[in-house]
Design a protein around this ligand. Structure first.
Ligand code: BGC
Length: 757
């Protein structure tokens, strides 16, 4: 149904105006035609203030139980439908079923005065019906193109259910493993984070937002949310503007450059200003510096939370501050609807600001094709409207590529399918806790767990014994004895231990990042049998490993891998898939080291890795400064050798030139290697201190057994940029170290000088 119920003459005038303002300077705002711009303007001139504010008010469907904030669920479904008919709602998010969405859309399109369609949003974070690995796991693949494919598949599934807007990707850099939400992002590194941010936006949105399977992407949480003090979710953030600009903002910039047209403001404050009302961020940086054309949506009731922050005295002040700072759409609190009309009437909020926000929302609804096909995806259809077997195959591939092999002493892996008796021990042996956080959608196929997949892989089911041994957090009576007995009978123990789904994600920070005690005791007892132990970690963060877990013969990081967890793990365990993941987060030696990240500063008293520990150095008395397993680390079943590092102009990068870096990777193993070749830079001295090293590029390459491959990178001055003393991007002449290697530690090393102009 169309919304063009408007006198033709006025429309023609608006069209002309749109042509003059929109076309004179090249591309039209938000990629719209003058006709579409005029269509939006024609609506704005007819909207009441309340209808305008309605386009800025987003809600969860009425009548559902909202744990996080029960008072937000105050409406009945009938009241919500009445609000929709009155034009007081821009869209609904999450738990809206197909029928509920259809009914709501009918109310909006056919029963409201202007017929403006609703936009349905959801936290489609790592899949919809098919569950893909959690984002942190996918980052471990070091294959942004893979994340683009899974984001696209998620969009295909979610749009078939009428959702056209995802609150993803989460692009917060996470350097404190205690913070539970690190599982939703791409880890600790800026460069890797940027690649994944952009890839996921491309995957969700595709090339054309108007396509039926495109979802509007929402990089979140803007900004600095991952820097919460103590790793405590929602906690205060106090960051220098330099670190904000150098570490936390770049992934947002990459997401926006990739085309993201909405962005979510964060819960946290930075230096006293809650992000949801931070004008400098939401208007200065986002619009002024980056030219962002989309709309800003608040996080869940984040405007109302300005009161709890102590930043607003009441709801009216909270709405005013959030809106004037640049948060266009309010999620769930209802504060905009309560207060913006009055604030506009009193002149405290200019009508032009209201119109700008409404314009942004309507333009995006138009680009999504909602005005012309508001019921797309909402029709009733039997069965899934996508190729679920193709998506399951993608989930298996993605899961396999996300697994990181940290150790494989004596080549205990891969296991033999016929020659070994396997004892599978631990609370994650079955099919629980495979999805990870954010799987809030009904109709997901039940996943295949590890036990089933291992049994299917073995030549005979008798080769497998399964013992739970312990619960996640508590011992089971007789559990350890049964596990030890099973280990004694076996040739190899596969120990499936770690964290459950409730231990990472939103509001799930841990003060201790070790394996829970009951499981650690199980691991220690089983390892005491002397049988070789292969640890399968289930985790949503970097863990601090100790005892038998730390000393296991083999360790695989298997995160939360989704629908195909079991088969993907079996693929790697039995060698059908060569593990090719690399850590996107450093695994520290002890919990006390966090926040721990490879790209730290030197300090004035560095404790250098190869120097004896001396007093008056930046070191702990009781722990080393190293990671147990560094960022970028991961092994495969083949062995590779790095050699022959050379620069196109030895020792020198010309100011306006490029530098080609070459290295040779030789596969000395017996099967194909998949290697992530990483390039790091360290700036020895600058007008602002620089990290010890920073990832600047990487390539994931396949090297056939026995062969050598040349890997090439090109660097230019732009790769040496940092935020200068004046907080502007700058590059200075100087001396740089450069490493090409398999992780953030070691590697082939050379150096060069960036010569002045
Ligand atoms: C989370 C967001 C999420 C929103 C809507 C909030 O609690 O912080 O990441 O998108 O809820 O579900």
């Amino acid at each position: 149904m169309s919304v063009c119920r408007f006198p033709r003459l006025v429309f023609a005038l608006l069209f002309l105006l749109a042509c003059i303002t929109g076309c004179a300077t090249g591309p039209t705002p938000g990629g719209l035609t003058p006709m579409s711009i005029a269509r939006v303007e024609s609506l704005i001139v007819r909207m009441t203030v309340e209808e305008k504010v309605g386009q800025l008010s987003l809600y969860a469907p009425a009548g559902i139980d909202i744990v996080a904030n029960p008072q937000a669920a105050r409406q009945s479904q009938e009241q919500q439908l009445a609000d929709i008919r009155a034009g007081r709602v821009t869209g609904l998010f999450n738990n809206a079923g197909l029928e509920g969405k259809r009914r709501a859309q009918q109310a909006a399109v056919n029963e409201s005065r202007l017929g403006i369609p609703l936009l349905f949003g959801a936290d489609v974070i790592h899949g919809f019906r098919t569950v893909f690995p959690v984002p942190l796991a996918e980052a471990a693949s070091w294959e942004p193109a893979l994340a683009e494919r899974t984001a696209h598949a998620s969009a295909v599934e979610a749009t078939a259910d009428g959702f056209r807007w995802t609150f993803a990707p989460m692009v917060d850099i996470a350097r404190d493993a205690r913070w539970g939400r690190g599982v939703e992002g791409a880890g600790e590194d800026v460069y890797l984070g940027r690649q994944f941010a952009a890839a996921r936006v491309r995957g969700f949105q595709g090339k054309d937002l108007g396509r039926a399977d495109a979802m509007l992407a929402t990089p979140k949480h803007f900004a600095g949310y991952g820097a919460a003090e103590g790793g405590l979710d929602y906690n205060t953030v106090d960051l220098s503007e330099r670190t904000l600009r150098e570490v936390y903002l770049p992934p947002f910039r990459s997401a926006i450059d990739a085309g993201a047209l909405s962005i979510m403001s964060a819960f946290n404050e930075i230096g006293g200003i809650p992000s949801n009302a931070n004008r400098n961020l939401l208007t200065g940086v986002l619009r002024g510096e980056w030219g962002f054309q989309g709309f800003v949506v608040s996080d869940y009731t984040a405007d109302e939370e300005l009161i709890a922050h102590g930043f607003a005295a009441d709801g009216r002040e909270a709405a005013k501050r959030a809106f004037l700072a640049g948060t266009d759409v309010s999620m769930q609190s209802g504060l905009y609807m309560q207060h913006l009309p009055g604030l506009v009437a009193s002149g405290e909020v200019p009508m032009s600001r209201l119109d700008d926000a409404v314009r942004r929302v309507l333009r995006i609804k138009l680009r999504l094709g909602l005005f012309d096909q508001p019921f797309r995806g909402l029709e009733d259809a039997a069965g899934p409207r996508f190729d679920s077997s193709a998506h399951q195959a993608l989930a298996r591939d993605a899961a396999g590529r996300s697994i990181v092999m940290l150790r494989n002493d004596g080549d205990v892996l891969p296991l033999s399918k016929s020659g070994q008796r396997v004892a599978l021990i631990g609370p994650f042996a079955g099919a629980s806790d495979l999805f990870g956080p954010w799987m809030v959608f009904p109709g997901q196929a039940s996943p295949a767990g590890i036990e089933e997949a291992i049994r299917n892989s073995l030549a005979s089911p008798e080769l497998l014994t399964v013992v739970r041994g312990s619960d996640v957090d508590a011992p089971i009576a007789g559990g350890i004895d049964a596990a030890v007995a099973a280990a004694r009978e076996a040739d190899v123990v596969v120990l499936s231990i770690g964290e459950n789904e409730q231990m990472s994600g939103e509001a799930r920070s841990r003060s201790d990042i070790e394996i829970p005690r009951a499981q650690q005791e199980l691991a220690d007892a089983v390892a005491a049998t002397g049988k070789p132990v292969v640890v399968l970690l289930r985790n949503g963060r970097a863990l601090a490993l100790r005892g038998a877990v730390r000393n296991a013969r083999a360790i695989l990081v298997t995160w939360f891998l989704g629908s195909q967890t079991g088969p993907a793990i079996a693929d790697v365990l039995f060698g059908d898939v060569n593990p090719s993941g690399r850590l996107p987060v450093s695994f520290p030696q002890t919990p006390g080291q966090v926040p721990y990240y490879y790209s730290h500063k030197r300090t004035g008293r560095p404790q250098l890795a190869d120097a004896p520990a001396t007093f008056y150095k930046a070191r702990y008395l009781d722990a080393s400064n190293d990671a147990l397993f560094p960022f970028g680390h991961g092994l495969g079943y083949a062995r590779v050798r790095y050699e022959g590092l050379e620069l196109s102009s030895p020792g020198r990068m010309a100011w306006d030139g490029t530098l080609t870096v070459r290295a040779r990777i030789t596969n000395t193993g017996k099967r194909e290697a998949e290697e992530v070749v990483q390039l790091y830079i360290g700036n020895r001295a600058a007008s602002v201190t620089r990290p010890v090293r920073e990832l600047k590029s990487f390539r994931k390459v396949r090297v056939p057994a026995g062969q050598t491959m040349a890997v090439e990178f090109t660097l230019s001055r732009a790769d040496l940029m940092f935020i200068g003393q004046d907080l502007q991007p700058t590059v200075e002449p100087g001396n740089f170290d450069l490493w090409v290697g398999p992780s953030a530690v070691g590697g082939l090393k050379t150096s060069f000088r960036l010569a002045p102009e």
